[in-house]
Design a protein around this ligand. Structure first.
Ligand SMILES: [Zn+2]
Length: 175
């Protein structure tokens, strides 16, 4: 099962974010802490001693199983630096309004296709994480259409668009 991305405090400013997660070393340390909060644990035999063979690659001292820091996470087999992933998570979670794949590609300095894949992978993980939680209290519901970014007629009847119903839980101030 995909693991949750690193959780950032809400309202974290961009400079504060960059100070904490601006380098690959910082991102790796955060991921290590998230994956192995009590120190390295071999995913194969459960042994807790191992060593780092290369950047982000660990070997168990007991069974010699090798694992990477990103194995079993959404960052696995990525060609992108963790800093790009972390910044994408930051940008997608700190805004009240949505962020298009095009905007994301510009802000991250990656191609549109890369930004599109990043965004959808991250949104999928967020969706899976939220699926177990029931809404309560004030709930607002609206219908909308998703997709059709690249082709099709504009408007609600456009091809390649999926109708969906969105429900959100809001507080007294509408947040
Ligand atoms: Zn082992």
């Amino acid at each position: 099962m995909a693991r949750n991305p690193i959780q950032f405090q809400s309202g974290l400013s961009l400079p504060a974010f960059l100070e904490q997660y601006g380098t690959e070393t910082q991102c790796r340390a955060a991921l290590f802490q998230h994956r192995w909060p009590k120190g390295f644990v071999c995913p194969d035999c459960g042994n807790t001693t191992g060593c780092m063979l290369a950047r982000g690659v660990y070997q168990c001292h007991h069974c010699h199983h090798q694992t990477s820091l990103t194995a079993g996470t959404i960052f696995h087999a990525t060609h992108l630096p963790l800093t790009t992933w972390f910044l994408a998570i930051y940008l997608l979670t700190q805004r009240k309004t949505g962020l298009s794949a095009l905007q994301l590609s510009r802000e991250l300095g990656v191609s549109y296709n890369t930004a599109w894949k990043l965004k959808h992978k991250l949104l999928q993980v967020m969706l899976e994480r939220n699926q177990g939680e029931a809404l309560e209290g004030r709930i607002e519901i609206d219908d909308a259409y998703l997709g059709g970014e690249r082709s099709g007629k504009p408007g609600r009847g456009a091809e390649h668009k999926f109708p969906f119903v969105a429900a959100v839980q809001t507080d007294e101030e509408g947040h």
